[in-house]
Ligand binder design. Structure first.
Ligand SMILES: Nc1ncnc2c1ncn2[C@@H]1O[C@H](COP(=O)(O)OP(=O)(O)OP(=O)(O)O)[C@@H](O)[C@H]1O
Length: 398
């Protein structure tokens, strides 16, 4: 099991003069809107509890004002929690002195912002090594680390350029390099790619995933974009009005959205890149198991019992053989043939295939397509209508 890198326990953040009073009102059942109307205080984060595994990309997603930035800034105490605990490597950061906190921020956590926040009068290598300079690292060492970080983001030839000589995408790479330069265990990325144009943005997302494959860090990435969350996230936490309403893998969230708010994020999202055949497979009632002695007559009877005109023919050990139809069975019966000769050679679909890859296959078939595992075992079927429903609506709650 992976190690827990970050643990957040019952964390609240109230913005306002008397946070404890607001928490009391919340405890007594007052709504956040009422608390704001009566006191002017905002509940930025309400009772957040979750754990982030070492090496995972954990995306926090939600609409504007849902509390994402507040939650992420609570992790390194750029914002002080009103109550609750936050552990990094089992150290309770809510109890650290200022000096210990600065130390943790310099050594363990880096942050990348949406606005690249580069210093215009400094060249790239000085920008990247600025944090190390603040930590008192000598020039040779910090330049070496900065150069390595620039290489990781593909900008090693731009060390002596100035920020305004670089494009937006390159400037954000510098922002990333600056975060990488002190070799942090944890990177907090607040809408880090949102200011980039779509093509560069996708490129940066791919690069981040690639970088992550080489050097496993723990990344907490804020996004308001589900496409991005799906692309890079191992798990996604969805925030609504200050609360974390759902945490799961992209597949889990798409397959079982916790509420309508979560569901609304999928409108227009390319779920075909997330769901594969195994996610939407269903067992059909009309399956025929190849028991000893199943002949054409009993197969026809079996199909009739289920009021279908086809069935899947499967060996006793679960291996998929093919499709039997009433028509093909009757044909063989007429000529005194064998049940195996009645099998229609229907191409089954591998359970790992993504929706986009097999939709045309299924659409071209008269019967629901059988889904098999890598070793040829029958898993269930996918019908054209079911597939199109998932394709169009993104969510399948049948
Ligand atoms: N310093 C502050 N003082 C008062 N209220 C604040 C402060 N910072 C944030 N808030 C409020 O807390 C709530 C959560 O804000 P937050 O910025 O965390 O949301 P967000 O999901 O990151 O939004 P966005 O995507 O627009 O950045 C909002 O209602 C916001 O107005």
């Amino acid at each position: 099991m992976s190690k827990k890198k970050l643990i957040v326990k019952n964390v609240f953040k109230v913005f306002g003069k008397e946070p404890k009073k607001a928490l009391k009102m919340l405890n007594e059942g007052e709504s956040k809107d009422n608390i704001f109307t009566k006191t002017g205080m905002t509940i930025g984060v309400q009772d957040a509890s979750f754990e982030i595994n070492e090496g995972e990309i954990f995306v926090i997603m939600g609409l504007s004002g849902s509390g994402k930035s507040t939650l992420v800034r609570l992790l390194n105490r750029l914002i002080e929690p009103t109550s609750g605990q936050i552990f990094i490597d089992d150290i309770d950061v809510t109890n650290l002195s200022d000096k210990e906190l600065i130390d943790i921020r310099r050594k363990k956590i880096s942050m990348v912002f949406q606005s690249f926040a580069l210093m215009p009068h400094m060249n790239i290598i000085d920008n990247v090594s600025f944090g190390l300079e603040l930590s008192g690292i000598e020039k040779d060492k910090r330049y070496e680390a900065a150069q390595k970080a620039l290489e990781q983001v593909g900008l090693n030839h731009h060390a002596l350029s100035f920020p305004d000589e670089l494009s937006g995408g390159m400037q954000q790479r510098v922002g990333l390099a600056r975060a990488l330069a002190n070799d942090p265990d944890i990177m907090l990325m607040d809408e880090a790619f949102s200011a980039l144009d779509p093509l560069i943005r996708t490129e940066m997302q791919d690069e981040l995933v690639e970088l992550q494959e080489k050097e496993k860090r723990t990344i907490v990435f804020i996004s308001h974009d589900l496409d991005e969350a799906i692309r890079i996230g191992d798990r996604i936490a969805i925030m609504q009005n200050g609360e974390v309403v759902q945490i799961g893998t992209p597949e889990e969230i798409i397959n079982e959205p916790a509420n309508d708010y979560v569901r609304s994020f999928f409108k227009g999202v390319d779920v075909t890149s997330v769901l594969n055949a195994s996610h939407i497979v269903k067992k059909t009632k009309a399956t025929i198991i190849n028991k000893e002695g199943v002949g054409i007559k009993s197969a026809l009877q079996y199909i009739g019992d289920y009021d279908e005109d086809y069935a899947y023919f499967i060996e006793k050990n679960g291996k998929y053989i093919g499709l039997l139809t009433v028509e093909s069975l009757k044909e063989q019966k007429k000529i005194d043939g064998n049940i195996h000769d009645a099998v229609i050679d229907e191409k089954p679909i591998n359970e790992n295939l993504q929706i986009g890859e097999f939709i045309s296959d299924v659409a071209g078939h008269a019967y629901p397509s059988a889904v098999i595992s890598d070793d040829g075992k029958y898993r269930g079927t996918i019908s054209k209508s079911r597939l199109l429903k998932v394709f169009d609506e993104g969510v399948d709650n049948e």
